[in-house]
Design a protein. Structure first.
Length: 565
């Protein structure tokens, strides 16, 4: 990573690694891995694991592998592989030459399975999935041995070879570990190691294989082959650790990584299940994996979240053994903090109201210099065009208002940001009584100066009507109503929590002309409105901006969609 990191907070995993390094375990080596399954796009929960694994490797001068757990070809494809690589790079991490696939080890995995069969520790079982489940027992009742558990080594070797050769249909047979059907840990009750998957083309191995290893068998062996020292995973794998250790203890492999579990990231108003996110995409509830309302890294990138803000967020929430739910405001605060320091300022009128300055010369205009950032001179300045006809935001005008309203009122004055003081002299309405225009006057002596003899407290933003860039601006609210949609009791499931007003598209917005050259991915602060990112749908002919986050630490009320003016 090129950017300077914040001071890294310590945690229980780092304490374990510190002790291992001090004791000379693994010859002082630290090697981690990030092992995603390429069956969907990465989400904010994966960012925590990415930052943890790559961050530890970086801080301990170790290595971190990017390894794809590609043992389920029915759900995996190269689109997801490329998206995952892009996300990891975007977060600021580089695996160098250490890119691996579990499928790289299919021959070795098969060989280790044969080794277990020869040792009498694995057998071919003819029970189907439902029967295996029934035989496994319950948390309070021991399981029953499969009627095929005592097959001879010779028969098991023959049947396993025939499974590999494609002789049997899907589900006809599986290879199971021979451990303990009465084990208190259900994962140890003769778990499946290999299953048959015929007629599917694997993105790496093609049609070379028709049997595929299970995750609990593949993962520890892949870690060991790669020389991983600390295998970091989330708490749901804690009950799988005895099987992780059993596999490595019962095959002829020298390396035995240490599995360490930490709590997964749970974020308010989101779901972190790839299956559920896939449902949202496939059902058309969102506009793809990179929809800015999605908790995917691709969606957050499109929305304007920055890599630095996500790394900051992962540092701040920490690494613990306790499950908890993080408030959305914590994430937004990190995004806001980074953008406040680094986003150039611009002016945009989202709900335009026309203003005509009667005493400004017709047909004339001028250029006003404005800073790109009020606290950072190094960011330079840009030029604003000023003319007789302007747009201001409708929310910045009231015909009558209390003294607490510091913006423009009939007969009152306000300062235009970076420009002059104006006074509203007349309000023009249409036949329905809707305000369509303000007639104002300006004080030519107030450019960059405080008006003498009168107090002008309000400052509002504006754009020149003759020079404005018309654009679509998309505003976002929560995608899911309930803070914990997975556990919501009202409704029939998490999809019943979908907020129908999570996206509002404002058309006929007017932006300052300097934004005409903005490129997709660039983020700006629209003064007094929030932070906005140029969308991938953006083009010079049809500019589109997404609101990244509001200026304040609260969810803004979304205005209903309206037609172009």
């Amino acid at each position: 990573m090129s950017e300077e990191k914040e001071t890294t907070p310590t945690n229980f995993i780092r304490h374990i690694i510190d002790a291992d390094v001090k004791a000379g375990k693994n010859e002082g080596r630290v090697a981690t891995r990030f092992p995603p399954e390429p069956n969907g796009y990465l989400h904010i929960g994966h960012a925590k694991s990415i930052c943890l694994n790559f961050g530890i490797a970086e801080d301990y001068q170790g290595t971190c592998n990017l390894r794809f757990d590609d043992t389920n070809p029915h759900k995996e494809n190269t689109e997801y592989i490329e998206a995952i690589k892009e996300d990891v790079r975007w977060l600021g991490y580089d695996w160098g030459q250490r890119l691996f696939f579990s499928s790289d080890y299919f021959d070795q995995l098969y060989g280790y399975a044969v080794e277990l069969i020869k040792a009498g520790k694995a057998y071919v079982c003819d029970l189907d999935a439902d029967a295996i489940r029934a035989y496994r027992g319950t948390l309070t009742e021991a399981g029953r041995a499969s009627p095929y558990r005592d097959r001879s080594v010779e028969d098991n070797l023959d049947l396993f070879a025939r499974m590999k050769a494609g002789e049997f249909e899907d589900g006809a047979r599986v290879l199971r570990a021979r451990i303990d059907m009465a084990a208190p840990n259900m994962n140890m009750r003769d778990p499946t190691l290999f299953r048959i998957r015929r007629g599917v083309v694997h993105h790496q191995t093609g049609e070379a294989w028709c049997i595929y290893p299970m995750y609990d068998f593949t993962h520890p062996i892949s870690d060991a082959i790669e020389g991983i020292t600390h295998s970091l995973c989330t708490l749901e794998f804690e009950d799988h650790r005895p099987l992780y250790d059993w596999v490595l203890d019962n095959i002829s492999i020298a390396c035995h990584p240490q599995q360490i579990e930490f709590s997964r990231l749970n974020l308010e108003h989101t779901v972190m299940s790839k299956r559920k996110l896939t449902e949202l995409v496939n059902d058309g509830r969102v506009q793809g994996w990179d929809d800015p309302r999605m908790p995917t890294l691709a969606g957050m990138r499109r929305r304007g979240y920055t890599p630095k803000s996500l790394r900051m967020f992962c540092d701040r929430i920490g690494v613990t053994k306790s499950d908890n739910v993080v408030e959305m405001g914590v994430l937004e605060a990190c995004v806001r903090e980074d953008l406040n320091d680094n986003a150039p300022r611009r002016m945009a009128v989202l709900r335009p109201l026309e203003v005509e300055i009667d005493n400004y010369p017709e047909g004339e205009g001028e250029v006003i210099e404005a800073a790109n950032h009020p606290q950072n001179e190094a960011m330079g300045s840009r030029q604003l065009s000023f003319s007789r006809r302007l747009y201001i935001d409708r929310n910045d005008f009231r015909e009558e208002a209390s003294k607490k309203f510091k913006r423009l009122v009939t007969g009152g004055e306000v300062r235009l940001r970076n420009a002059y003081v104006i006074r509203c002299d007349e309000v023009i309405k249409d036949a329905q009584g809707e305000i369509v225009k303000l007639r104002c006057s300006y004080d030519p002596k107030t450019l960059g100066a405080k008006p003498e003899g009168r107090k002008v407290k309000g400052v509002i933003h504006w754009v020149s009507q003759d020079h404005a860039l018309e654009a679509e601006v998309r505003l976002f609210d929560r995608l899911l109503h309930h803070p914990s949609p997975d556990t919501a009791t009202d409704g029939g499931g998490f999809k019943d929590q979908i907020n129908p007003e999570s996206l509002s598209s404002l058309r006929g917005c007017f932006l300052e002309a300097s934004l005409s050259g903005a490129q997709p991915g660039e983020v700006f602060q629209f003064e007094r409105e929030g932070y906005f990112c140029v969308d991938k749908d953006h083009s010079p002919a049809q500019p589109v901006f997404n609101r990244t986050v509001t200026l304040r630490d609260s969810w803004a009320k979304i205005d209903p969609p309206r037609k172009s003016q």
